[in-house]
Write a protein that binds this ligand. Structure first.
Ligand code: SF4
Ligand code: SF4
Length: 207
């Protein structure tokens, strides 16, 4: 199930994500994951800043830790991939209605950005991907991921979504023996969602 709560991490200091990355690179993390997530949630006052319930804030941070750990275990393999795809969530478009000029391909099904707005996150991510030779699919859900992954001979997948969708996509990717990197949303809610372009750029350029 997607989260039953909405969150927005845009006011959380960037050091949170740096510490998250640093903590998840610890070799024996799996033995103390719960404790680390709680430590991070408390240190960065996630509950206070986001207004979430304590248990929701903890769940959110635990899921982020999970995603970072999984990314780390796939990094080396991912760096060797050449043919890549970027899967973006449709909820990060600037417009969710007729103002969005994206083309919809019912065969996949997915959107491709029509570049109507300079400041649209999906447009900016699509541009970055195009510059790096990466195919882009803007998806309305994870159900079409199998079709995309099976058909096109991709070696590496970059997935942007909320934790729930990332988990489904990640499991399927693993099932097919593919590798990838996941970028969790920093603001959920199924409309006007946000993610880090900076992280996306780093992943695309193997830096
Ligand atoms: S820039 Fe692209 S994805 Fe964003 S609203 Fe316009 S057409 Fe849709
Ligand atoms: S937040 Fe976006 S990626 Fe997550 S379930 Fe909603 S629409 Fe899908």
């Amino acid at each position: 199930m997607p989260y039953k709560f909405s969150f927005d991490l845009s006011r959380i200091p960037k050091t949170f994500f740096r510490e998250l990355a640093s903590i998840t690179s610890e070799k024996s993390l799996h033995r103390k994951l719960g404790g680390r997530a709680r430590y991070l949630a408390e240190k960065f006052r996630i509950q206070e800043i986001t207004g979430l319930e304590v248990s929701d804030a903890l769940m959110l941070v635990e899921d982020l830790v999970d995603i970072y750990v999984r990314n780390l275990s796939e990094t080396q393999k991912f760096h060797k991939t050449k043919k890549r795809a970027l899967l973006l969530p449709h909820c990060a478009r600037k417009y969710m209605d007729h103002h969005c000029q994206a083309n919809f391909n019912p065969e996949i099904p997915s959107y491709s950005c029509g570049h109507c707005s300079e400041d649209c996150l999906v447009r900016r991510a699509t541009k970055l991907a195009n510059e790096n030779g990466i195919d882009v699919f803007v998806l309305a859900g994870s159900s079409c991921v199998p079709q995309i992954l099976k058909k096109n001979g991709y070696e590496g997948i970059i997935g942007v979504a909320c934790s729930h969708e990332l988990k489904i996509g990640g499991d399927f990717m693993q099932y097919l023996g593919l590798t990838g990197q996941a970028i969790p949303l920093t603001k959920n809610g199924c409309a006007n969602t946000r993610f880090s372009l900076e992280t996306l750029k780093k992943i695309m350029t193997n830096s």
